[in-house]
Design a protein around this ligand. Structure first.
Ligand code: NAP
Ligand code: FE
Length: 366
């Protein structure tokens, strides 16, 4: 047995963890830049909590609240310039994956005089600023990954970068912050967490340790599935979803994602479909495609979810998000070609060609 497992994030999980452990921020400097979207930090209550902590520690802060959903390179470039002007000592990302990923990019751009497009080279002269991550969705697991996923308009898709230096130093995971998510965001992001666990489990880079985490994340999703279907989501269920999301992040921090993410980016870029939902449309067909190369693991996924077969999986996901939009033949071949340009396609347990991706897009249409 041989594998590497790198997980350098100190994670505090539980109700009230920001106020309880926030004094640790004292170690990171006297000027914090808070990076967030238009509303999530405020409505979730996380912004009030962190500002109270910063005040008590005499740490100044500025708020950059212009992060777009699926942030572009230009968007994080603007944040990087703001961080340099302010002289930020560390960065606090609050929100869903979009602000958390933007915070990591801004932390690199604050200390390196490079264009945002150069982030994808994954080689920075200077260490990024320390990043603190406070998720308000339960899906991306970005608080425990080194990845920053950014929209690349020139390539009409997303790209990601990440080095051992771009892991957040501390993650504060408080399920209460996820309670204000709109119902659709709760469902979409939960499916993203599930896809991280399943793609990592069925990746050719999976490890014994990442598999343990993936299986627990999948089992937890199974425990929550009826709650997601009927919308009755208690604080206890919120906790399970946030924990599953964290586990999914720990998985992909080791394995990366595979063809579901690579292909799903097309629905987001061209059809404006939220990230987790885009993944969800593709997952049942992805399981069918991979079955010949991962039967035992796929059967285990289904058992952990309490489902009889892949058709049951398909029905579960369709009950949550419906079916993928129809695509023209030209769209299908374009999207498949773009998917093949993603490094993550090489991590799929079954080797994949553009034709395979085209078939998946064709089969999942409503
Ligand atoms: P998101 O784009 O961060 O947020 C979606 C929407 O939900 C936004 O409008 C946001 O508001 C709102 N929202 C978030 N939390 C809320 C709360 N508690 N209460 C009310 N509204 C809330 O969605 P996401 O699915 O979490 O993140 C998606 C991004 O993460 C994508 O770019 C994806 O590619 C990336 N991702 C990264 C990783 C990784 O490892 N780094 C893994 C998977 C996906 P605001 O407008 O205020 O933000
Ligand atoms: Fe994802």
């Amino acid at each position: 047995m041989q594998f590497k497992f790198h997980m350098p994030v100190k994670a505090y999980f539980g109700e009230g963890c920001v106020k309880q452990y926030g004094s640790e921020l004292e170690a990171f400097g006297k000027k914090a830049m808070i990076v967030t979207g238009g509303s999530s930090a405020k409505t979730s209550g996380a912004l009030d909590d962190i500002c109270e902590v910063l005040k008590s520690l005499n740490i100044d802060h500025m708020i950059f609240d212009k992060v777009e959903n699926n942030p572009s390179t230009a968007n994080v470039g603007e944040g990087g310039a703001a961080a340099r002007r302010y002289g930020a000592g560390f960065v606090i990302g609050i929100g869903g994956g979009s602000p958390l990923d933007a915070a990591k990019a801004i932390a690199v751009l604050a200390t390196n005089d490079i264009e945002a497009d150069e982030l994808f080279d994954n080689s920075f002269k200077n260490k990024p600023l320390t990043t603190i991550a406070i998720p308000t969705t339960a899906g991306t697991g970005s608080e425990v990954t080194p990845y920053s996923v950014l929209t690349r308009n020139e390539a009409q898709t997303k790209g990601s970068f990440g080095t051992p230096d771009t892991f957040p130093a501390i993650a504060f995971l408080d399920p209460v912050y996820t309670e204000t998510q709109p119902a659709a965001v709760t469902v979409n992001t939960a499916i993203d967490a599930l896809s991280h666990c399943i793609e990592g489990y069925l990746s050719n880079r999976s490890t014994p340790a990442s598999d343990i985490l993936a299986q627990e994340g999948i089992r937890l999703f199974g425990e929550c599935k009826e709650h997601l279907q009927n919308g009755a989501i208690s604080r206890e269920v919120r906790g399970k979803l946030l924990y599953a999301s964290m586990l999914g992040g720990m998985v992909i921090a080791q394995t990366g994602t595979t063809i579901v993410h690579g292909a799903g980016y097309n629905y987001t870029y061209f059809k404006n479909i939220p990230h987790g939902r885009a993944n969800g449309y593709l997952m049942a067909e992805y399981l069918r495609f991979n079955y010949s190369h991962g039967a035992e693991k796929t059967d285990n996924v289904l058992a952990l979810l309490g489902l009889a077969d892949i058709n049951g999986f398909d029905a579960l996901i369709a009950s949550l998000i419906g079916r993928a939009p129809g695509l023209s033949d030209a769209e299908i071949s374009k999207y498949a070609a773009i998917t093949m340009s993603q490094r993550s396609t090489t991590y799929n347990i079954r080797p994949v060609q553009a034709q395979d991706i085209e078939d998946i897009f064709r089969k999942v249409q409503a």
